[in-house]
Ligand binder design. Structure first.
Ligand code: SAH
Length: 484
């Protein structure tokens, strides 16, 4: 039956240690490392060390463990259910192992796999939930890497949720019939409203949601929409929460600007619905998107509505939230790294700069087309850093209106195409150069423009001049002025 699979030479089991004695022999750092690991359990820890190092002594005192300050004797093993030989001395560890084996107590010797009856795993602890990672002693570093990856994937609240599940288990077994119905109940418990409440630390709300779920006896699943910021494009600028929601999603509804690599981080069998929203692409209208989200919620789907950057910055999330509220569908918002921040990071550009700029404006520039200067124009003139979204086609208008209103044509400007991605391009110049952005046909990705005196504090080593006909790096000259 298990013919074609690689077989484990060490089989993972979870051993009951609550209230039982576990022995660690040794007084140095090896012993401390094992003590720390076991300290994550409710075992009674006994450390035998004739001369324990101060750090270990402190740890023992702080963690209610017992210190036996004697040289190891076989009697110390009595009553122990597990033994760790961690003296740091090979001969001594071998002798302890031999004694333990004689008394039929499983033993582990630090860094001596050949002497071990069992190995200790790398541990992701969400007690009562535990994930143990083992490599049969072959690759502790590998185990730690895997541990860190899994740790990132699992919500810190999972332990509390598992604890809550334990407190419901008895009742559930009494009133929810075994089989499909009970499975659906737990599915909804661990991924629906109780899980969401626990995720944001609302324990009483989680309990209430679970009670309600039980009252409904796992009827149709309730839908939930997460409006999630996908960040500016690089996969590793996604938040951990966004990643977790993507792994849980039944459906991912995404804009064209969200790169495929980010969408691909979703659960493999989740349905993906592109809704466009990019110039020249066939795309759904905002009203159609609102309707789609409401319909999916009503079908009981867990939906991730993935938007580039932050969902609340030029993302039309306001309309989607309103539609969901009106339809009574639960939703949440997960922030993301907005394009202005990614562009600033790519330019090492301080958005606020002491003594130069202490406020910033997020705008589109499209409102500069009318007859009156919008409020933010005055902010720009008084020194605010201005980040312009969707600003390529209005670059000339933005520049001329701001200059007309009194902003110096020498004001520094930074432009980033494809911020955060390896394909990014950076351009520097002044407000006088900005109109040339409209003529550049070589820019096909999304473009962020940042204007203001603080821009002069950026790093122009990797950027090209914005206006190709102008010489040098005019903004760099300003940088000195700004620092002085
Ligand atoms: N919600 C998004 C903005 C959506 S509007 C956010 O918070 O970032 C779309 C505009 O965002 C684009 O026209 C462009 O100006 C900007 N943008 C998005 N991603 C970008 C990127 N990787 N590099 C530069 N600008 C970007």
């Amino acid at each position: 039956m298990t013919k074609d699979i690689a077989r484990l030479n060490a089989f993972p089991v979870f051993m009951r240690v609550e209230g039982k004695a576990v022995l660690v022999v040794g007084g140095g750092e090896e012993a401390l490392a094992k003590a720390r690991l076991l300290g994550q359990s409710s075992a009674r820890l006994r450390v035998v060390a004739e001369a324990a190092e101060p750090e270990l002594v402190d740890w023992i005192a702080a963690n209610d463990a017992e210190l036996v300050a004697e040289a190891f004797r076989p009697e110390h093993l009595d009553g122990a259910v597990l033994v760790f030989a961690a003296t740091g001395d090979e001969a001594q560890d071998s002798a302890i192992c031999a004694e333990a084996r004689r008394k039929c107590i499983p033993v582990n010797a630090v860094d001596r796999p050949e002497l071990c009856d069992f190995f200790t795993p790398a541990l992701v602890n969400r007690a009562p939930l535990a994930i143990a990672i083992g490599t049969e002693g072959a690759g502790p570093v590998l185990a730690q890497i895997v541990r860190a990856r899994i740790d990132r994937l699992l919500s810190p609240s999972l332990g509390a949720l598992a604890g809550l599940a334990n407190s419901f288990r008895g009742t559930v077994e009494k009133i929810v019939p075994k089989g499909g119905e009970r499975r659906r109940f737990w599915n909804e418990f661990f991924s629906g409203a109780p899980a969401r409440a626990m995720e944001i630390g609302h324990i009483s709300e989680a309990r209430r949601a679970a009670t309600e779920l039980l009252a409904r006896r796992a009827g149709p699943a309730t839908g939930h929409i997460a409006l999630v910021g996908a960040g500016p494009g690089a996969e590793d600028l996604l938040t951990l929460r966004a990643q977790r929601l993507l792994m849980d999603a039944d459906v991912i509804v995404h804009d064209a600007l969200v790169p495929e690599a980010v969408v691909a981080m979703g659960r493999r069998d989740s349905e993906r619905l592109p809704v466009g929203k990019r110039k020249g692409c066939h795309s759904k209208s905002q009203a159609e998107i609102n309707e789609l989200l409401v319909a999916l919620g009503q079908e009981g789907k867990r939906v991730v509505r993935l938007k580039s950057g932050d969902p609340l910055v030029f993302g039309r999330a306001g309309e989607e939230m309103q539609a969901l509220r009106e339809a009574g569908i639960s939703y949440e918002v997960v922030p993301g790294v907005t394009a202005a921040f990614a562009a600033a990071a790519d330019f090492e550009l301080p958005l606020t700069l002491r003594g130069v700029s202490s406020s910033m404006v997020f705008t589109t520039g499209h409102d500069l087309k009318g007859g009156t200067l919008p409020d933010w124009g005055k902010l720009a003139i008084s020194g605010a850093t201005v980040a312009i979204y969707m600003g390529r086609s209005v670059a000339a208008d933005v520049a001329s209106r701001l200059i007309e209103a009194g902003l110096s044509s020498d004001t520094a400007v930074a432009v980033v195409e494809n911020a955060s991605l390896s394909s990014r391009r950076r351009f520097h110049g002044t407000l006088a150069d900005l109109p040339s952005l409209e003529e550049r046909s070589d820019l096909t990705g999304p473009v962020m423009t940042i204007i203001g005196d603080a821009v002069a504090g950026a790093n122009f080593e990797r950027s090209e001049p914005l206006a190709t006909h102008r010489r040098g790096k005019p903004a760099a000259r300003q940088a000195e002025g700004a620092v002085a």
